[in-house]
Ligand binder design. Structure first.
Ligand SMILES: [Zn+2]
Length: 443
């Protein structure tokens, strides 16, 4: 059973609602005959969307809107093969794909293709929304159009429940079901059922220990109210991201030198796509390993609040044209949004409350005595307070400052609890995970 999770955020305030998508394989010989016809109908509807858009472009007429397309397809044979919400989903997914294509194109990602025709034999993923299915006593009933028979699938044991570390068992409400075909080298090798469960707001005791994280370029610093201090060395992640930016820039330059849509241009495009896909998979692997380590450290200390230093202030600054070099470097180098999202759901799964705290002034204030003076940061890695004589790693000074801000606000209070000696974790290529190393290795 494979699981993908996320935490839903509503506006600025985190709601701590936990969603998990669970995946179960459906044996091909039994289920392909059942799902093949609706899946092919889905592909037909998709191709109708593409066709309508291309016609509009060819004839110079107005592009049809989402609701116009839905209205028009209602009479189609393929529309009537699926539950109306599933048919509508195909159109919605098409428009979503167009929007994302436009967005990427605007960002200079010219390797993106506009959504196009799919081969007729493609098995399209079918989505069932709330009204399209029922779930009772471990049996999932997927509806097609009114005239066709429902499809009944029994769920694996424990598919709808989640046990929390304190023993609480949450029962999920299904919100969406998808049936997907798994392709390998152009051949269908399996079918999968993805069920997304809403496990509600995770119950937690909202009092307890706090940990804080400061995400810097190549280092993530961690501190906690237990006094522990960790440096998580992310040099590999950083260099992958820098390498990815370099690859994008190089391809862009090469492609700008040849004619658009020429043979060479197309060859470059496909090479670029391939290179980026591989890199993005590695980046994803590393951020997952990092957030797993973070969650593990929190769990080991029985943390209740896990706080990320909030980069929003700094980001806004760089967007508004203030070319603070350090700030923009910081933003360009860490997949902050990805880490934040993974940190949130991995924390919730362990009943840890994910939160954010301001980073303001934390890098220029002494966490020991509360004196604010930029120049005490001797260089990137070293903080030497001239007032209280504290000498420490600048990032650990920063993260202890973030934690103090979170607990007490900006009040210049002295270090409230004794600190333990710093620990260092680095990525081990051979073991494919972070391991603890001697502190000297961080230098
Ligand atoms: Zn000081």
């Amino acid at each position: 059973m494979r699981t993908v999770g996320w935490a839903k955020k509503k506006g600025k305030k985190q709601e701590n609602r936990l969603y998990l998508t669970r995946v179960a394989p459906l044996p091909l010989d039994k289920w392909l005959p059942v799902f093949e016809i609706p899946m092919l109908a889905g592909t037909k509807l998709w191709n109708s969307c593409v066709w309508e858009s291309r016609e509009a472009r060819k004839n110079g007429t107005k592009y049809p809107t989402e609701s116009e397309m839905k209205e028009k397809f209602k009479g189609y044979e393929s529309w009537k093969r699926l539950h109306s919400q599933s048919s509508q989903s195909v159109v919605e997914e098409y428009f979503e794909a167009v929007r994302s294509y436009v967005k990427h194109k605007d960002n200079g990602r010219d390797e993106m293709r506009p959504p196009g025709f799919k081969p007729k034999a493609t098995l399209r993923t079918i989505t069932w929304k709330r009204q399209g299915f029922e779930c009772r006593e471990g049996l999932l009933t997927l509806k097609l159009s009114r005239k066709l028979d429902d499809i009944g699938v029994s769920l694996p044991e424990g598919f709808d429940t989640l046990e929390l570390p304190d023993g609480t068992v949450l029962k999920g409400t299904p919100v969406e079901v998808k049936v997907k075909a798994v392709y390998r080298k152009g051949k269908v090798v399996g079918l999968e059922m993805h069920v997304t469960w809403d496990f509600g707001v995770v119950p937690m005791v909202l009092a307890g220990k706090v940990s804080a994280y400061d995400l810097n370029a190549a280092l993530v610093a961690r501190g906690s109210t237990e006094g522990s201090q960790q440096l998580l060395v992310c040099r590999e992640l950083l260099s992958l991201i820098q390498y990815r930016n370099k690859v994008i820039a190089e391809f862009q330059q090469k492609m700008s030198r040849c004619k658009e849509r020429s043979r060479r241009w197309k060859a470059l495009l496909s090479a670029k796509r391939k290179a980026l896909k591989k890199l993005e998979r590695r980046i994803n692997q590393l951020t997952n390993a990092l957030t797993k380590l973070m969650a593990g450290l929190d769990q080991a200390e029985d943390i209740t609040f896990s706080v990320l230093g909030d980069l929003t202030d700094i980001r806004r600054k760089s967007r508004s044209g203030d070319k603070d070099k350090k700030a923009s470097q910081k933003i360009n180098q860490l997949p902050y949004a990805q880490i934040e999202q993974q940190h949130a759901y991995k924390s919730l799964l362990r009943q840890v409350y994910p939160d954010k705290a301001s980073e303001r002034y934390s890098s220029q204030t002494c966490s020991h005595c509360g004196t604010r003076n930029k120049s005490y940061r001797v260089h990137r890695g070293l903080w030497c307070c001239k007032k209280c004589r504290a000498t420490m790693h600048a990032d650990l000074n920063g993260v202890n400052g973030i934690m103090k801000n979170y607990l007490f606000g900006h009040c210049g209070i002295e270090q409230p609890f004794p600190l333990k000696p710093p620990e260092v974790y680095r990525w081990n290529k051979r073991l494919n995970r972070f391991v603890k190393v001697s502190p000297r290795a961080s230098a």
